[in-house]
Design a protein around this ligand. Structure first.
Ligand code: FE2
Ligand code: FE2
Length: 134
């Protein structure tokens, strides 16, 4: 079963960021799919690690994008990213210490991320404007 489906309400109209968000959604769905199939702990661990890496890269790229467009609230957005990276790391660590099942709280966190972060917080920089082309 798919955890999250991409739909137009998630699209920001910033192509590079939309492409990375889609990658994140696919990585989240992969974890959910593996958990549904009762994949072994090592396989799930690799999938969670992949999501964590993609997330770190995405946040760095997004922060560069916000700087490029002169988005005034970039600093606060960056702090929210740092907090989310810590939460992902905490969920990952809890998984590694656990019995190999992915807790529902982890999936709830991922769903909340898409609903609240992309649709709410990321939307604000998208509305601010496109980067100046050189
Ligand atoms: Fe984002
Ligand atoms: Fe963001």
């Amino acid at each position: 079963m798919t955890l999250l489906s991409w739909n137009d309400s998630l699209s920001l109209g910033v192509d590079a960021m939309d492409a990375e968000h889609k990658e994140l959604v696919a990585a989240m769905n992969r974890i959910h799919e593996l958990a549904g199939k009762k994949a072994d702990k090592a396989t799930l661990d690799v999938a969670i690690q992949r999501l964590a890496k993609l997330t770190a890269k995405h946040f760095a790229d997004e922060e560069k994008h916000m700087a490029a467009i002169g988005y005034p609230d970039a600093k606060r957005h960056g702090y929210i990213h740092q907090d989310m990276l810590q939460k992902i790391a905490a969920h990952h660590e809890a998984f590694q210490k656990g019995d190999g099942t992915v807790p529902k709280a982890f999936f709830d966190f991922l769903v909340h991320w898409l609903c609240a972060h992309i649709k709410g917080i990321d939307r604000k920089y998208a509305d601010h404007g496109a980067p100046t082309r050189v």
